[in-house]
Design a protein around this ligand. Structure first.
Ligand code: NDP
Length: 450
């Protein structure tokens, strides 16, 4: 028995915190997890899960439209936003219960409230003082908005998931994952969406061709993309809001959504009192094993601002448990982490972009295919899929796989395994395709881009 109340106290019951707490408890350790909001955290309650449910809901618009070309008639089809939001919320309630049960069944004590550090081994939750040998900070992040006049009129993804009714006109500011995904959802549901981004194209950091292809397809679907544009102010108007741009144009909207990045939730946790180092952006600084500069305090997930993706937080949590409690020092491997943007059409990728590959390897071979997927023929949908491979000519290893098109996220998971195994282009070529699919294109690309 230790001298503390617990072996481990975790701050935050999101994806990283839940996984670490559960695994530690399963090892027989005494664990408490402290959560001030809902168990499940951003991903389950305010992010990936509700967003994906809304993506599913909005995509029936495509299915219905496409069905005409396949002999269907759809007169009378109707959509009820309030019903979709209610169904989504019922599912979130179910998931919250499931997460709570998983924690309890693993023997983790869930403490409701806000936990702050009093010292390196003591956490305050209201009037309670809880002590632990080891503390894990897994408090995630929150939307970050620039300070411009009228920013108080804007909503974030948190509110956009729960709108009482659909707006007619919407301005979305930002060009990252959230902005692009929400533009797809609302555009498909008939909202007139203007996407305002300060960069020259959406999704900085992704492969150039994929960014361009997705931008083109979104524009064809009716999203009004304004690149190299900044919002100067937002004013209330008679009918909604006037969004003033730096090119002196004013865009009218019923709703303004800001998706300009997220900031680590590190303030007000007592970190300075205990001496836990944070960087200039507020991210908790950790080593490769997720240990902070204070020996018994560790941090995983978005609060560390390394690679802000749910499965990465979960893997960091598993590596933490192995390192801290199982005597197996394990560092998270950030190479070839696949990711997907649930835009419409979706974008998915694993490995290096062409630019990054050229920087790292010099000359690279590039294979690109742009084609109309079979379903779009009878559907008469003017939308093309993009597939792209980047290959190191010296080793023949495939360095990157990128795709914009239906089922991209589902397809990419398997190719991520191939890249993790160090697959070569010759091995891709030796793989027999599944016909007729879009995915077979990735194993049948023969001609290098000149
Ligand atoms: P991102 O970091 O992806 O994008 C932020 C966007 O906002 C960028 O286009 C950025 O422009 C722009 N921006 C930042 N500051 C300003 C400003 N002051 N004025 C105007 N534009 C600004 O953040 P998101 O909010 O979209 O998402 C947060 C994180 O959540 C992502 O990084 C991702 O890790 C995670 N996420 C993952 C998803 C998935 O896996 N499918 C889905 C949703 C979120 P610039 O490029 O010029 O810096």
């Amino acid at each position: 028995m230790t001298a503390y109340d617990y072996d481990l106290i975790t701050l935050g019951a999101g994806s990283g915190g839940v996984r670490a707490s559960r695994l530690a408890a399963q090892l027989g350790l005494k664990v408490a997890v402290i959560e001030e909001s809902r168990v499940g955290g951003t991903c389950v309650m305010r992010g990936c899960v509700p967003k994906k449910l809304l993506v599913y809901g909005s995509r029936f618009a495509d299915d219905l439209a496409d069905s005409l070309g396949f002999g269907w008639s759809i007169e009378g089809a109707d959509f009820d936003w309030a019903r979709l939001v209610a169904a989504k919320n019922a599912e979130l309630n179910r998931l919250e219960t499931v997460y709570g049960r998983i924690l309890r069944d693993s023997g983790v004590q869930v403490v409701e409230g806000r936990g702050t550090l009093a010292d390196a081994h003591t956490v305050l939750v209201g009037e309670r003082r809880l002590s632990a040998a080891t503390i894990l900070i897994a408090t995630g992040g929150r939307p970050s908005l620039p300070k411009i006049p009228g920013i108080q009129f804007a909503v974030t993804s948190n509110e956009a998931l729960d709108l009482m009714q659909l707006p007619e006109r919407m301005v979305i500011v930002g060009g990252g994952y959230i902005a692009v995904e929400f533009a797809g959802i609302f555009n498909s549901l008939g909202v007139a969406v203007t996407l305002i981004l300060r960069g020259d194209a959406i999704l900085r950091g992704f492969d150039h061709d994929a960014r361009m292809a997705l931008g083109e397809e979104m524009a064809k679907r009716g999203v009004d993309i304004r690149a190299k544009t900044q919002v100067q102010s937002i004013e209330r108007s008679k009918s909604g809001y006037d969004v003033h741009l730096d090119d002196d144009e004013v865009v009218e909207a019923d709703l303004v959504l800001y998706a300009t990045g997220r900031a680590p939730n590190s303030a007000g946790l007592g970190l300075e009192r205990v001496g836990v180092a944070v960087n200039a952006h507020g991210a908790v600084e950790v080593d490769a094993y997720s240990r902070t500069n204070v020996e018994n305090i560790w941090a995983v997930g978005d609060v560390t601002d390394r690679m802000n993706l749910t499965p990465v937080a979960i893997n960091e949590a598993m590596a933490f448990v192995r390192t801290a409690f199982q005597g197996q020092p394990t560092a998270m491997d950030y190479d070839n982490v696949p990711s997907a943007v649930f835009s419409q059409p979706p974008l998915a990728s694993v490995g290096l972009t062409e630019d990054a590959a050229r920087k790292r390897h010099g000359a690279v071979d590039v294979y690109v295919s742009r084609f109309r997927p079979m379903r779009n023929t009878l559907a008469e949908r003017d939308e093309r899929t993009l597939m792209k491979l980047i290959v190191d000519p010296a080793s023949d290893r495939v360095l990157g796989v990128h795709m914009v098109g239906p089922d991209g996220p589902e397809i990419m998971q398997g190719f991520a395994v191939a890249l993790k195994c160090g697959a070569t282009k010759a091995q891709f070529d030796a793989t027999v395709g599944i016909h007729p699919t879009a995915a077979e294109e990735l194993v049948t690309m023969r001609d290098k881009r000149l």
